[in-house]
Ligand binder design. Structure first.
Ligand code: PLP
Length: 403
């Protein structure tokens, strides 16, 4: 085997396809979000970030930074171990209580990331519930897909957000067989909401557990930032909620929230929870501060909605095509990996607008896109400059306009 040849040829063909990923070195500036520095090879430039999942800018909020600093000075940096062996601290416990509070659940469990939370929880539930069948939306995130795959449970993929198809599949499985329906509340690449209530009704009818990923919704929807299920007044009916501390709450880590017995079960049987060092307690302290702040500040959610509506109005007026969904996420479909990268390069280098191209495998081939994620901190002037930059780029690259 010529390893060198194999690796270099694989990378070369990726480069030719336009799908080779270039990580932009973005220098965030504490307290100045969405302003940032683009560390170009030759020089540093001021840019505006338009594609971050730090949806509320909490990753730079002074209260969060202070909480982390305080805790770090008090107890140091690393946690010292797995949760079982020396790695549980009062901040981990308090964080899990805070999470249970926003989701109005009995208990919660924190993992090192949202990805790990999905993978660990679904693989454990799907493998330990004897003869389990898992029903999964075709657009579910890689972490859900992996969790299901690792569980080795029988899986049934239903068409995206399609209640009828889900019901047809549920009918095929005996009523007394354990079942899990796994889905997300906001799909991060399309920005569309899920008919959660219809899925819950089906779950009850066919005796299935519901597993809802609210990673792109926690902090952003619902009166206390509990997510879309809270906003739709159905949160109490969801069996297991998955969320992240890394997006609207601005840090790192993920979690599940559920009944005491389900949480205790995953805590006791999940290798992805048991065999890894817990998150630094100072990060947990920051997450507590961030969750509380976001919970108490409805104006953040209102402002995010306002900014996202304003951008959509201006895109419409400018004939820039975008997916007309109701969430804060605004995808602009370009449909070609090379053009998508070209547009992103042009926006960054000529207009100081940072929109990372989203290519395969994050989205299917032919659906390559730019994904705008506004925050309450983007000013109206920044929005005007974004729209001008898009109009200019569309013209220059002769990109498809809205019909
Ligand atoms: C739907 C969904 N679930 C889970 C995750 C993983 O979350 P984290 O970034 O905390 O690992 C992501 C990441 O973007 C996601 O989009």
């Amino acid at each position: 085997m010529d390893y060198k040849k194999f690796f270099s040829e694989s990378i070369n063909s990726l480069k030719k396809s336009g799908e080779y990923r270039i990580f932009r070195d973005i220098g965030r500036i504490a307290g100045s979000y969405p302003n940032a520095k683009f560390n170009n090879i030759t020089k540093e430039e001021n840019i505006i970030v338009w594609c971050s999942n730090d949806y509320l800018g909490m990753g730079q909020h002074p209260f969060v930074i202070e909480a982390i600093e305080r805790a770090m000075k008090e107890i140091g940096v690393g946690s010292g171990g797995t949760r079982n062996i020396s790695g549980t601290n009062l901040y981990h416990v308090a964080l899990e209580n805070e999470i249970s509070n926003i989701h109005e659940k009995e208990a919660s469990l924190v993992f090192t990331s949202g990805y790990v939370a999905n993978d660990a929880a679904l693989s454990t539930l799907g493998s330990k519930l004897k003869n389990c069948a898992i029903f999964s939306d075709e657009k579910n995130h890689a972490s859900i897909i992996n969790g299901i795959r690792n569980s080795k449970a029988e899986k049934f993929i239903f068409k995206h957000n399609d209640t009828n198809h889900l019901e047809n599949l549920l009918k095929k499985v005996k009523i007394d067989r354990p079942k899990i329906i796994a889905f997300e509340s906001v799909y991060s690449m399309d920005g569309d909401f899920t008919p959660i209530e219809s899925f819950v009704k089906l779950a009850k009818k066919y005796n299935a557990l519901t597993y809802l990923d609210e990673v792109h919704a926690v902090g952003l929807y619902g009166f206390s930032g509990g997510g879309v299920a809270q906003e739709q007044k159905i949160m109490g009916e969801i069996d297991i909620i998955n969320g992240t501390l890394a997006k609207a709450f601005g840090l790192i880590g993920g979690y599940i929230s559920s009944t005491k017995s389900i949480i205790d079960f995953v805590r006791s049987f999940s290798p992805g929870f048991i065999f890894t060092t817990s998150i630094p307690p100072a990060i947990a302290a920051g997450a507590i501060e961030s969750i509380r702040y976001v919970k108490d500040n409805q104006q953040l959610r209102d402002k995010l909605k306002e900014k996202s509506l304003l951008i959509k109005e201006k895109l419409l007026a400018a004939n820039i095509p975008f997916l007309k969904t109701k969430s804060h996420i605004i995808p602009i479909i370009i449909g070609d990996s090379k053009l998508c990268k070209k547009a992103a390069d042009e926006l960054l280098e000529k207009h100081k607008v940072y929109l990372q191209p989203i290519n395969y495998p994050t989205v299917p081939r032919g659906e390559e896109r730019l994904r705008i994620t506004p925050s309450p901190l983007h000013t109206d002037q920044m929005i005007n400059e974004l729209i001008d930059a898009l109009i200019f780029t569309w013209k220059k690259l002769k990109l498809k306009k809205a019909a």
